[in-house]
Design a protein around this ligand. Sequence first.
Ligand code: FEO
Length: 381
Amino acid sequence: MKITNDILYIGVNDHQVDLFEGQYRVPNGMAYNSYVIMDEKIAVLDTVDRGFDAEWLENLSKVLEGRKPDYLVIHHMEPDHAGNIARFMEVYPEAVIVSNAKAFAMMDNFFPGQLSGERLIVDNGSSLSLGKHSLCFVTAPMVHWPEVMVSYEPTEKVLFSADAFGKFGALDAEEPWDDEARRYYIGIVGKYGVQATSLLKKAAELDIQIICATHGPILREDLSHYVQKYLTWASYAVEDEGIVIAYTSIYGNTKKAVELLAEKLRQKGSTVVVHDLARCDLAQAVADAFRYSKLVLATTTYTGEIFPHMRNYIEHLTERNYQNRTVAFMENGSWAPRAAKVMGDMLAKSKNLSFCDNSVRILSALNADSTAQLEALAAEL
Ligand code: FEO
């Protein structure tokens, strides 16, 4: 695939992966993107997951048309992009590996004693001339590992953005960008909003016409849409007005209360998204909490604490710096309900959360009292 006349795509689609990074469901697979810049010097930008070495090297060989690459540029050392560095160097031992000092330290840990070729260490502000084209390197620590850098090619105005602006899904899957990019960003980079904002500030100084991420499609049109989404996500701002109800239920009584609340909220015209945390895609439930303005957490008291799926969910939120939202609690307990207190304590250190005055306490099953509480909560929300 041609990105421009001289910048070519040599990545692969992975439809075998069940859990990306060992935890994220990817029903439409995953793309590991890699690019080649053809000029007086040839640069290969990143490799792909180790399981796709043969396909990737064949893609590379086709575009080289008998020439040999001069540089292998490594923007990020995570194995979905760096898995084939040693394999590449076996085939092209004269190529120079270009990366930063932190990445080279990781490289020696991932490939102990396997890399003997020449290295070129670059840093923030360094550039690499290829002839007509050049690459200007910008460090992007924690988007998504500490060694990450992006590069900008000024002749064609292309940003090679590493994981930033990536999404779940192979390139042959037809699906909207926003939902799978949000689930990817919140899940994988969500904790590092400050660092992502800093990268966006640096990128704002560049004239960018094309964004080439290491996952997902090449972005060429309406770039402001993608940048605006990233600015929203990185700043933890509300993306859409709406209410997420995340719940667990053991015998169905909490579920019944959640369904009643959802119905009342929808009758009032609210957008409502409901997730059963024992059965749903956790990453989707997490991404929705960051997307919408309000969150209702409904769970049972369990071993004096809360049901494990709810604990896990709240930990996923807090470790991604969940903030700037409105939160409400519903608890169920047959003899000593305390789930609302436990959930409140778990969120106590989160920034800028407002907690609803109304909460719902269910004593085993909804009764007149708890139904009235539920109605009051619906009105407040
Ligand atoms: Fe796609 Fe952080 O690797």
